[in-house]
Design a protein around this ligand. Structure first.
Ligand code: NAP
Length: 485
């Protein structure tokens, strides 16, 4: 029945919160009824672990089990509401560096949508740990907040390679790299540049490029034209939910979080507390996540067997209330029993996609090192909180720099030059970026000069943040402000 070894494979099982235990139990019983040689190790995470005072929401036993087994099926976990409570879901993804979130999006039989019949069948591969979701935020002034968008070359390499490997393992022809590289040339542009380089290692897969706004448009206009999409964390978060909506919504959307040390399979939906414990939850998303898990474990025939039974049940019924579509609704347990009864059968004309083992990219662990000679500091941006007008602030800071080898080059407000005055009616807030350059270009902007600039400014203004402006290998490694020359 399996193409892998027939000795049982141990898998960590996290029942989760809300409807989690019901949908996880459904998935477990179908996988067992299909004959999968899996030994489950049940561990706790979520609400009750938070309640015991564990601030991560993930028990030590869960971490040990995940480390040991490397594969998990996970129910949804409730996120504590209020300040300080971090999501246990995100903690798990970060602890184990599951850098890739993959979500297949496919039209399912029996689920009628405005897109039914179009043959939608693609995968969204989303970077899962970097970008704006690294969670590095600071109040800069009382009224201006900042969130750092961190994108690393290594992160881009891992996610690009994973996308091509997913394409290879599923016999797909193209991978579309989706970015906002036209605006964020350094961060979003990094994914595009790295993807371009990585693509040359996969000559049989067509690399494509699309801006994220156009991608949202094309996903609605021509969803059948996509094969694999790869994108940064926040773009992927939004696009993958949009994509789920095309084929019937979050209740039927499966997903996987993939890393070097852990592959964790879970439904896209949350704990749905309103229907928890009422035999109303739809276990389809969790079941299809278990199908992804079986494929990851190279139990391809078993995966096809479970998938076929789920699809046949969706096609013929009975179905749970959320997707009943005119049929009489059944409960979670009856739906699960129907699927078990359908094991060994498939919808007419259904042909499973041929899958090959997913080869995980090998990208060196540990920090990338940048030799000091590659980076040359040519200036600094000092961010200042001030109630002055651009003209008065510019005059004040220019005066403070008298006699220094450093000059005030410009001041911008939310990215637009406001000093020297442009004549444009730019609306300003109390968060000013003062850009400093050397009076003699070509000289070195030493740390002593940086400290001297800060000392001069701090005497008169409140600064809250500093960025060094560096050239990297002789190329400008920072963005110009709107209107800056
Ligand atoms: P949600 O749990 O996905 O539920 C939203 C609504 O969708 C539910 O009230 C229910 O709608 C419907 N629904 C979702 N899954 C369903 C299923 N399997 N069967 C039938 N209906 C389903 O989203 P939420 O209310 O925003 O989040 C609730 C909690 O879950 C939060 O604590 C959130 O942080 C957490 N969450 C966890 C994960 C995760 O663990 N990966 C993901 C998302 C959210 P009806 O009103 O129509 O019954």
């Amino acid at each position: 029945m399996t193409s892998a070894s027939s000795s049982p494979r141990r898998v960590t099982l996290i029942p989760g919160d809300g409807i989690g235990p019901e949908v996880v139990a459904a998935a477990r019983s179908v996988v067992e009824a299909a004959g999968a040689p899996i030994e489950w190790e049940v561990v706790r995470a979520g609400r009750e672990v938070f309640a015991e005072g564990n601030a991560t929401g993930v028990s030590a036993a869960a971490i040990e089990s995940l480390k040991r087994n490397g594969v998990a099926l996970k129910g949804p976990l409730e996120t504590p509401i209020g300040h300080g409570g971090k999501s246990a879901n995100v903690t798990l993804r970060k602890f184990f560096e599951t850098y890739g979130n993959t979500r297949p999006v496919r039209e399912l039989p029996g689920i009628q949508t405005p897109f039914s019949g179009r043959g939608i069948d693609f995968v969204v591969v989303r970077e899962n740990v970097e970008d704006l979701y690294a969670g590095i935020e600071h109040m800069q002034t009382a009224t201006v907040a900042q969130c750092l968008k961190l994108v690393s070359e290594k992160g881009c390499e891992k996610i690009s390679r994973l996308a091509f490997e997913v394409a290879l393992s599923e016999g797909r022809r193209s991978v579309t790299c989706v970015t906002k590289a036209n605006i964020m040339k350094l961060t979003e542009g990094m994914l595009k540049r790295v993807f371009e380089r990585v693509a040359s290692d996969y000559p049989d897969i067509e690399p494509r490029y699309m801006l994220v706004d156009n991608c949202a448009h094309q996903l609605v206009r021509h969803p059948e034209s996509f094969d694999v999409l790869v994108t940064t964390n926040m773009n992927g978060d939004i696009l993958s939910d949009l994509a789920s909506g095309l084929v019937g919504g979050l209740g039927i959307a499966p997903g996987a979080n993939i890393g070097r040390d852990l592959a964790m399979f879970e439904a896209v939906h949350g704990t749905a507390p309103d229907i928890a414990g009422r035999d109303m939850a739809n276990p389809t998303a969790m079941l299809l996540s278990a199908v992804l898990m079986l494929r990851h474990l190279q139990m391809f025939e078993l995966a096809d067997r479970v998938e076929a039974a789920v699809l046949l049940t969706l096609e013929r019924g009975p179905r749970t209330g959320d997707i009943a579509g005119g049929m009489e609704a059944c409960g979670t347990a009856a739906f699960t029993d129907a699927i078990i009864g359908n094991l060994g059968r498939a919808p007419d004309g259904w042909k499973p996609r041929t899958h090959r083992p997913l080869h995980l990219p090998e990208v060196a662990e540990g920090p990338d090192r940048t030799p000091a000679e590659r980076m040359r500091c040519v200036g600094i941006d000092v961010f200042v909180d001030s109630e002055l007008s651009p003209q008065d602030l510019g005059a004040s800071i220019s005066n403070l720099m008298e006699g220094s080898p450093v000059r005030l080059k410009m001041i911008s407000n939310r990215g637009t030059v406001v000093y020297p005055l442009t004549g444009a009616p730019t609306d300003c807030v109390d968060h000013w970026r003062c850009r400093f350059a050397l009076r003699e270009p070509g000289a070195s902007f030493t740390d002593d000069l940086v400290l001297d600039v800060l000392a001069r400014i701090a005497g008169r203004h409140r600064y809250m943040h500093l960025e060094k402006l560096c050239d990297l290998d002789g190329q400008r490694g920072y963005a110009l402000a709107q209107g800056e020359e």
